[in-house]
Design a protein around this ligand. Sequence first.
Ligand SMILES: Cc1cc2nc3c(=O)[nH]c(=O)nc-3n(C[C@H](O)[C@H](O)[C@H](O)COP(=O)(O)OP(=O)(O)OC[C@H]3O[C@@H](n4cnc5c(N)ncnc54)[C@H](O)[C@@H]3O)c2cc1C
Length: 368
Amino acid sequence: MSAAEGGDLDVIVIGAGIAGLCAAGELVRAGRRVLMLEKSRGIGGRMATRRLGDAVCDHGAQFFTVRGRAFGAIVTAANDDAAVQTWCHGFARDGSLGSDVAVGDGHARWRGTRGMTDLPKWLVNELMSSDLAGRCDIRTGGQVTAVAVDGSRVRVSLNTSDGRAESLTAAAAVITAPVPQALDLMQAGGMCRGASDVVPAETLRQLEAVAYDPCFALMLVLDRPSLVPEPGGMHFAVEGGGPIAWLADNQRKGISPVPALTAHATGTFSREHFDMPPDAVMELLLDAVRPWIDGDPETAVVERSLHRWKFALPTTVLPEPVVAVSQSPPIACCGDAFAGPRVEGAASSGLAAGRWLNRVLDDRAETP
Ligand SMILES: Cc1cc2nc3c(=O)[nH]c(=O)nc-3n(C[C@H](O)[C@H](O)[C@H](O)COP(=O)(O)OP(=O)(O)OC[C@H]3O[C@@H](n4cnc5c(N)ncnc54)[C@H](O)[C@@H]3O)c2cc1C
């Protein structure tokens, strides 16, 4: 058992996506002992990269932008270590054949060097670096089932990766799961929607207003180069009414050794077909992608896979970067539904949550 897991745990961070990792970084650098709990086997959340045969596909976030100073400093350091790099400065924008001129708006679109999980992986390496060593642990493959207030501590229940039920306490917690899932965890712990609620009614109302679009991600490995124009990614006009919102060629992007496409369906299509059998969804999306496949898909597509993101992109974003669902013990909700969506918004929200908890925990330590 490491220092972070033994005895007096300061903060439990639920979720090891970009928001959780940024929050943990702020906390650990301030000397806190942090335990991160992630239900998936890997880290990164929606910054996700998958191997499919010889191909490498980003199937969640495709790129990120950098506008703020704090996230900019992280990206600069990751860039110095060759974990991230600029992909391009814009994409083709109407999805019709021949619209192969990348929009150069001067704004850099960044990507992980070998895939989008490279930035989360780099953040984990930073957390585990020698000068911070022992203050942070990350447990993957175990799902948190409830978050509760237990006197002056937070109690977190989980099902561990080997199927055991476990309960941990800490002085504070950060919840980075998509908001509807965060609310389920708090409800299971008796923090809201019950008799003696901890979460103030107005805060609960705000959180309950947050909604997300789902998204299907279709991955196709090809036996020949695709017809997706440089720089290897294209947005589709949503007004066009087609099922596809985005199409990328992971080889042209620079992360896959072989041609491989990632197509994202629109929110509308994904919602309307969410419960349809995957094979039927794949057929519909493959049909829409056909113009960017050179030749007959029957022979050109050598492998295919469909991923279904239930909470892909928030359609409502709350104005605050972090929402305190409890002051004592301090519990913060953060992620891409707070103050700014997307990768950068989630990172900024995680940083804000870490800073807020550091302030509250410092104040507590000073209060006699
Ligand atoms: C298809 C798609 C395309 C996108 N494209 C872009 C793009 O091009 N550019 C861009 O900037 N953004 C894009 N995004 C959005 C971007 O990926 C997210 O905004 C960002 O990654 C969110 O980070 P987060 O840390 O807030 O949440 P997440 O990455 O979702 O992290 C939350 C983590 O919590 C874990 N978790 C949840 N519940 C529990 C539990 N009970 N117990 C333990 N762990 C739990 C999850 O497994 C997850 O790892 C895209 C997203 C999707 C899905």
